[in-house]
Design a protein around this ligand. Structure first.
Ligand code: KG4
Ligand code: ZN
Length: 345
């Protein structure tokens, strides 16, 4: 069977075709139209520009995804679309397109949670992966630990109480003059600096909690930069990148290890845009090796937003018989009470 996956929650418009044979998932096509260059001019995502760019790209990339997979709309068993969370105007473009596409071609529609989709990217790179496992999702909008009992059954056991890890990376990157999004550039720059040169607080909250807080770390890094600038000193960009990365990576690793010990899970999945971070990948590899835990992280091409992960998450919703209809709406929230504009029967 084939599933079309559509993603438009932030600044990537993506359409992908997933082929599933005997429960084995394979990517038949995965077309991603990134808006990064457009938003770079403003140093961050401008929601209205994002919505307009999605409108311009969505039909073309869907056609491309079907052509690249060598199939016609009639070959599809379902259309899966990210319905929440994300930028509302951006989400509405994908949801509206997917609804029309499903209706016009008489194909079942499936609503997907973007966070679950990031985790589902792991099934695409590790075909033998099966829950239960622990998942650390780190992206531009989220930092959460989930105990995953089944592909659609997630229990959040830890989360950031303020900013997300990716947001913090992007903010510090921007202030030290790196191009948007700062995460990837900061990752590289960190290799040139001393990770212990600048003292910064940990984002791992103290006490009996698996939660994080990135706002104190972000403020401390910004204060260091401002103090340097005010006293006419050059900002030690590489040292700051290395120390900031070390604080983020250590904080995430400490709580992830604690979560593995508490849940007794023997597999860790790392997912989301920040899962591309080389320092984080290395640290969690070490942690898992030490604990005898299997470590699964998608390739970098599947860490950022893409339609293939949406199709994968959609496949599992499909298997549970959870379908959407033309009353499907979008929501900016992590856990909307409903994404349907009329009561489901
Ligand atoms: O998952 P994603 O593509 O979008 C959201 O759902 O938010 O994540 C984007 C985030 C951005 O904050 C970006 O800076 C960050 O992922 N990111 C990285 C790296 N590559 C992307 N952060 C740290 N290191 C990287 N190598
Ligand atoms: Zn994302």
């Amino acid at each position: 069977m084939y599933i079309l996956g559509m993603e438009s929650s932030c600044d990537e418009t993506s359409a992908a075709v997933l082929r599933v044979e005997e429960g084995k998932l394979a990517i038949a096509s995965n077309i991603v139209a990134s808006q990064v260059e457009t938003h770079r001019l403003y140093g961050g995502v401008v929601p209205e520009i994002a919505s307009r760019a999605h409108i311009e790209a969505v039909s073309g990339i869907t056609r491309e995804a079907l052509d690249a997979a060598g199939i016609a709309p009639q070959d599809l068993s379902a259309v899966a679309v990210t319905a929440f969370p994300g930028l509302i105007g951006a989400l509405l473009v994908g949801v509206n397109f997917a609804k029309s596409f499903a209706f016009a071609n008489d194909i079942p529609l499936v609503a997907v949670n973007h966070i679950k989709a990031h985790v589902a990217a792991a099934y695409l790179s590790e075909v033998t992966l099966k829950p239960p496992f622990l998942a650390l999702v780190v992206s531009g909008g989220h930092t959460s630990l989930f105990d995953v009992a089944a592909p659609t059954d997630f229990r959040e056991i830890g989360a950031t109480r303020d900013d997300a890890a990716g947001e913090a990376f992007d903010k510090i990157g921007r202030v030290i003059g790196l191009p948007y999004p700062g995460g990837a550039a900061l990752d590289k720059l960190a290799y040139e600096g001393d990770a212990h040169a600048v003292r910064l607080p940990s984002p791992a909250l103290q006490g009996d909690t698996l939660d994080f807080s990135f706002s104190g770390l972000k403020t401390a890094a910004l204060n260091t930069i401002n103090t340097c600038r005010q006293s006419g000193m050059e900002v030690p960009r590489a040292d700051l990148a290395a120390s900031f990365t070390e604080a983020v990576v250590s904080g995430l690793a400490v709580k992830t290890e604690e979560a593995l010990l508490r849940t007794g899970r023997k597999t860790l999945v790392l997912a989301g845009g920040v899962a591309a971070n080389s320092h984080l990948r290395r640290r969690l590899t070490e942690t898992c090796d030490r604990l005898g835990v299997r470590f699964v992280v998608p390739p970098i091409s599947l860490c950022g937003d893409n339609g293939a992960m949406v199709a994968a998450a959609g496949y599992y919703e499909f298997m549970e018989g959870r379908f959407a209809d033309v009353s499907l709406n979008a929501s900016a929230l992590d856990e909307p009470e409903t994404v349907y504009s009329k009561k489901q029967g």
